[in-house]
Write a protein that binds this ligand. Structure first.
Ligand SMILES: [Mg+2]
Length: 345
């Protein structure tokens, strides 16, 4: 499994064909959810990451402006969680469409609520005008150099876990697909879809720092996460847990109603913000003790395998094909859903 089979990886690599890399940067391209850089003195490494919420808004996955503010903040904070960092704060750049001032209070409430939940603050930002709503958040934090988590380092035989149930983003994505005529109507007329407001796993990330052999968040779904980890580490993954035990209940019910396997919820592009992480077998007792002490129950997914393949619920999944679908379909949800069902449905 080569990294360049994935169109998104090729897109990112084209930047680095031109941009020089900082000589002290502690992660190579793709190797961590946040960029890691030593700071002077002994305060630790700077962890910094940026993310834009625009495609999800344009596709109709985000229920309302307050949820958009929440998601924008949480998705960058989640990348800090995935390297085990403690947040210092976020800066926010918002592009407001014409008349977008009416959205501003709700966006601000969502940003504030997410920061409160994660124990951090908005430090500042920038407000622009443009054709469509877009929110870019940059999160900065500090991490102990000896304990920083990266996407690389797992080995065959390591146990694979998630911090919580997966696939919850599928519900909002399916509602948008139904509005676009790509899926049958899911509820009664006007039946609202509850807003999807996942929490970044800040405390869990800090607990896993120094313990997990690799870690990445599931912002692009479980399949994309495992596929990327497999390519970076030249390993495979066998997810042997029952899908009923690892898929978020709302997404499970949705897949049943649509007559689809829950694997669709784990493969579609609107991910959640859980952490997927690996632990060497001899450190599993330490994980179990640490998690129990903090009241957190890691969800065992399966194992890292030597064979470079992604096997979920007994099926071999073509991770590159699943990930490339979103690029191939552009914003066409009908083409996307048809392609996804053909691959994993
Ligand atoms: Mg990430």
């Amino acid at each position: 499994m080569r990294g360049d089979e994935v169109l998104e990886n090729r897109l990112l690599e084209r930047w680095w064909a031109v941009l020089p890399r900082h000589p002290l940067q502690q992660n190579d391209l793709h190797e961590a959810d946040a960029e890691l850089l030593p700071l002077p003195g002994d305060v630790g490494w700077l962890a910094v990451t940026t993310d834009t919420l625009a495609e999800e808004i344009a596709l109709g996955f985000v229920a309302d402006a307050e949820t958009a503010g929440w998601l924008a903040a949480m998705q960058s904070l989640s990348d800090l969680a995935a390297v085990g960092a403690v947040p210092l704060g976020i800066v926010v750049a918002v592009t407001l469409p014409d008349g977008g001032e009416t959205l501003q209070p709700a966006l601000a409430r969502g940003l504030a609520a997410a920061c409160r939940e994660a124990g951090t603050f908005v430090l500042g930002g920038d407000t622009n005008r443009g054709p469509a709503l877009a929110i870019t958040t940059t999160a900065v934090g500090l991490v102990d150099p000896a304990r920083a988590l990266r996407r690389v380092g797992c080995r065959p035989g390591d146990a694979v876990y998630a911090t919580g149930r997966l696939g919850g983003g599928a519900v909002g994505a399916a509602a948008a697909a139904a509005r676009a005529g790509a899926l049958p109507e899911l509820g009664g007329p006007g039946e609202p879809v509850p807003p999807f407001r996942p929490c970044a796993r800040m405390a869990e990330g800090r607990m896993l720092a120094g313990l997990a052999s690799a870690c990445m968040d599931t912002s692009d779904s479980l399949v994309a996460t495992l596929d990327q980890l497999a390519r970076l580490n030249r390993v495979g993954f066998a997810v042997t847990a029952r899908l009923d035990d690892i898929v978020e209940p709302g997404a499970l019910a949705l897949c049943r109603r649509l007559g689809m396997t829950p694997l669709v919820a784990l493969a579609q592009l609107h991910g959640e913000l859980e952490l997927v992480f690996t632990v060497p077998p001899d450190r599993v007792p330490e994980l179990e003790r640490g998690a129990a002490a903090r009241g957190f129950a890691p969800l065992r997914l399966g194992n890292v395998t030597a064979e470079e393949a992604l096997v979920i619920d007994g099926r071999t999944v073509d991770g590159a094909a699943v990930r490339n679908l979103a690029h191939a379909a552009g914003g066409d949800l009908k083409a996307y859903v048809a392609g996804l069902v053909a691959l994993v449905g």
